[in-house]
Design a protein. Structure first.
Length: 495
């Protein structure tokens, strides 16, 4: 069974999804979703351990080796991403049991859990496939299920948000498939490793240099739209604001992270660092956009009155940090981007889950409605504070580790301005996190209705992520080692 884990990682959630839908009952459907999520988490951890000890895992589907057949290829980068996705899914499905029951009508619960499993399947497929067309297939599976989960929100604006995401997501997918098609026309292969060998040959021949450049451009635009890099982020704020709380917490911690991974996979594995940064000068585009995203989106977050919307704009700024690390093009910079994938998943997942607890009790996440919650819901607001400290980058939290690596990478290249922007971004995060803390702890509620603390089934998953954000902030050795090894793999540097 262990030899087939790469296939089972994708197949098990895919097969369980229709079973959850056919059960058509909330309880059994949740059990199926929980079983599939925790199985995937166990498999992902096992695969990461194997990669760390044995090296790259290549799994040929049906026994047909690439490029004739489709292969799953799991290296340090993809293994790390699968752990991120499955760990959040495993925690998120526990959180979803009560949250979904509160925010989604009962007749749609089974459909939600089916869509949840399909989304997990799609994201994991993107992370481990070694075939670029399979990337598109899994991308569509994850996207369609995401649109469905967002549309299940009780707020009618969730439908509009899902439709906007559908339109922009479809545009991004179209760009991606056009780029893949152009690569196939010029190279005759869809395997990532084959493309990595043939693209330099085609470029050197001079016969398809324009086509390869156009394919690169289409893929870059398509993937950056999917990952919501400024200014292609317009779908994200509404999607995160009006989706059910369980969906927002899960998606904010997983979907954009997988898209950042896909960006790195195309730039470094398929096209190669030399082509991406020397010939196409990608850093000249990505770095300014990342820096503007950090500043502009943090500034927009400061002026939000809805906390979920505030955190949504904060997510766009945090994506800027990830892309900034990639744009530096060094092992330390790429490692900073990779480690922030994991760290941001922990802290942003915890923040959105804390807001889900607030929504469960008072039915609102507007800042003015959260007066006095520090006393009424002490565990919930303490979780928000803990995750908020990580977002700011306070020492002993994962947020500090990410920004420490980013600053180091920037200073290693003499980019004092970039390091300064990272620090300014942290100060701006302090402002918008403090807005919520100030109202919750230093203002009294006007009504006298008693508000109870959120149930344990919501608090335990939330605090699991908060605890992890402190644990991996204090003991960052493992995640840092994995991130640096993953960066060395992408850049082709021998350890």
């Amino acid at each position: 069974m262990s030899q087939n884990l790469p296939a089972l990682l994708v197949v098990v959630p895919m097969l369980l999804a229709p079973i959850a839908a056919l059960l058509n009952r909330s309880g059994p459907a949740w059990v199926v979703a929980a079983g599939g999520s925790w199985f995937a988490f166990g498999a992902a951890v096992q695969l990461l351990r194997r990669v760390m000890t044995e090296g790259v895992i290549v799994y040929s589907l049906g026994g047909w080796a690439a490029p004739i057949g489709i292969e799953y290829r799991i290296d340090m980068v993809s293994a790390f991403v699968t752990v991120i996705v499955t760990s959040i899914a495993a925690v998120g499905v526990i959180y979803a049991r009560v949250s979904v029951a509160d925010e989604i009508s009962e007749d749609r619960h089974a459909l939600f859990y089916a869509a949840f499993l399909l989304n997990v399947c799609g994201l994991l497929g993107i992370a481990i496939t070694g075939d670029v067309f399979n990337v598109f297939v899994f991308l569509e599976i994850s996207s369609l299920s995401a649109y469905s989960m967002i549309a299940l929100g009780h707020d009618r604006r969730a439908l509009t948000a899902a439709f906007q995401y559908l339109i922009m997501g479809s545009v991004g997918a179209t760009f991606i498939v056009i780029g893949i098609g152009l690569l196939f026309v010029m190279t005759g292969t869809l395997g990532m490793m084959d493309l990595a060998q043939r693209i330099p040959e085609v470029w050197a021949s001079g016969e398809g240099d324009r086509t390869i450049a156009v394919a690169f451009t289409f893929l870059t635009v398509g993937v950056t739209l999917k990952l919501a890099l400024f200014p292609l982020h317009l779908w994200l704020p509404n999607a995160y604001t009006y989706a059910p709380s369980a969906v927002t917490g899960y998606m904010a911690a997983t979907s954009t992270k997988v898209m950042v991974y896909l960006l790195m996979r195309f730039f470094f594995t398929v096209f190669g660092e030399q082509f991406s940064f020397d010939r196409m000068q990608l850093d000249m585009v990505l770095m300014p956009l990342a820096l503007v995203a950090i500043l502009a989106m943090s500034l927009v977050a400061i002026y939000q009155t809805n906390v979920k919307r505030l955190l949504a704009f904060s997510s766009v700024a945090q994506i800027g940090y990830m892309v900034l690390g990639i744009s530096l093009g060094s092992v330390l910079g790429v490692a900073a981007g990779i480690i922030h994938l994991f760290n941001h998943a922990l802290m942003k997942g915890a923040l959105f889950m804390a807001m889900g607890c607030v929504m469960y009790r008072i039915g609102s996440v507007r800042i003015e409605d959260m007066k006095g919650l520090g006393k009424a819901m002490p565990w919930t607001m303490a979780a928000f504070v803990g995750a908020g400290l990580s977002m700011i980058g306070v020492p002993l939290t994962v947020g500090f580790i990410s920004k420490w690596y980013l600053v180091q990478a920037a200073l290693a290249q003499g980019s004092w301005f970039v390091a300064a922007i990272v620090m300014v971004g942290s100060l701006m995060a302090l402002i918008y996190i403090w807005k919520v803390i100030e109202v919750a702890y230093f203002e009294r509620r006007e009504d006298e209705d008693e508000i109870q603390e959120a149930p344990l089934s919501l608090l335990v998953p939330t605090w699991a992520l908060v605890a992890a954000s402190f644990w991996f902030g204090i003991d960052a050795g493992t995640t840092s080692q994995v991130a640096i090894s993953a960066a060395e793999t992408l850049l082709g540097v021998m350890p």
